[in-house]
Design a protein around this ligand. Structure first.
Ligand SMILES: [Zn+2]
Length: 347
């Protein structure tokens, strides 16, 4: 299987994140991308490729162009105006109800205000190289997509930073640009192929759901920790099924703590049947391995073998498949878990 990787991800190198009332080492760090690269490049069944450059139009086709504009200058602007800070994190968030009964807010002038305008939480610092790394993740995803459009049965994009929490207008949850949504929109809008995004990350992909919520050309199916206890808390409930033309093309499967391989694989088979019924002609997998039994920030109980079985369930669809990296924070096992999932899919 062809694997798309770029060392540009090393440029997004936060040393801290603000979570649970503390500042600590980030769970999402460069070691994640490197351990996956090491394991896959040591396995002759995988062939490593560099991404080609896709430009910003594919990003602005999905995101508010203001979000991209913000990333191009935000870190440097903070250094120039507020002062030196390795990591830049918002401290004041724009909430529409702040202007309840008034006209809608507009993007603030100050960098402090703009951070809270474009970001929705505190675990996703901007660093000096974040923008270049996030562009590299988009190029990685798009190149994996092109390989599949050109005839590969499947390809894997080692995207870092991940993408599925980024909405049309907002970044957060370690995500800046929504790699899976950018790819899926590009395929659906330029080829007419019906796409299903299958999100198997532990966390609900609120960004991907929001981007496609009212569309019938891209389906969004997610298995995830129930948002009654799991990030992102406010989105990802079973009764969210799409709106307008998109009614019925969003499927959420919230799962209990300590969900094991057997329960998960059965739920995945049900989800895959819905993708078949939708008539999808291509699958984009948001691959998170944070459902793993020893993941430090999640509470499910999948094993390395469960990931292989999951890949097999998706392979049974018999559709061209683009696999894009999302989360997974047990870094010691992340490489072999990705490998196992992809081997199940078929290499
Ligand atoms: Zn996750």
């Amino acid at each position: 299987m062809k694997v798309v990787y770029t060392p540009a991800h090393l440029l997004h190198d936060p040393h801290s994140e603000i979570e649970k009332g503390t500042v600590h080492s980030p769970f999402e760090h460069i070691g994640r991308g490197e351990v996956i690269r090491e394991v896959l490049s040591a396995d002759s069944r995988f062939e490593m490729l560099s991404p080609s450059e896709w430009g910003i139009d594919v990003i602005n086709a999905v995101h508010n162009p203001g979000l991209h504009r913000f990333f191009t200058t935000a870190w440097q602007e903070y250094q120039d105006i507020i002062g030196p800070s390795r990591e830049v994190t918002p401290e004041v968030f724009y909430r529409p109800s702040l202007r309840h009964k008034m006209a809608d807010g507009v993007e603030p002038a100050s960098i402090t205000g703009r951070l809270g305008w474009w970001c929705f939480e505190t675990t996703t610092p901007l660093t000096e190289g974040t923008y270049v790394a996030a562009r590299g993740a988009v190029d990685t995803a798009m190149t994996a997509m092109q390989l599949v459009l050109d005839g590969e049965r499947a390809a894997y994009g080692l995207c870092r930073p991940p993408g599925h929490h980024a909405t049309t207008d907002l970044y957060g949850g370690y995500c800046f640009f929504n790699n899976a949504a950018i790819v899926s929109h590009h395929v659906a809008s330029t080829t007419g192929v019906k796409v299903a995004v299958l999100d198997v990350d532990y966390h609900h992909g609120n960004g991907t759901q929001e981007i496609f919520y009212d569309r019938d050309d891209v389906m969004y199916v997610s298995l995830h920790g129930d948002p009654t206890r799991a990030y992102p808390y406010t989105v990802g409930y079973a009764d969210e099924t799409g709106s307008g033309r998109g009614l019925g093309s969003t499927v959420n499967v919230p799962l209990a703590a300590r969900t094991d391989d057997d329960v998960y694989v059965n739920a995945l088979a049900d989800a895959v049947a819905k993708i078949q019924a939708f008539g999808a002609q291509m699958v984009v997998v948001s691959l998170g391995l944070d459902t793993f039994i020893t993941d430090p920030i999640c509470d499910m109980s999948l094993t390395t073998e469960g990931f292989r079985r999951s890949g097999e369930v998706v392979a049974a669809l018999g559709l061209p498949t683009v696999v894009l990296q999302e989360g997974g924070y047990d870094v010691d096992k992340l490489g072999i878990n990705v490998q196992s999932w992809l081997v199940g899919l078929g290499v």
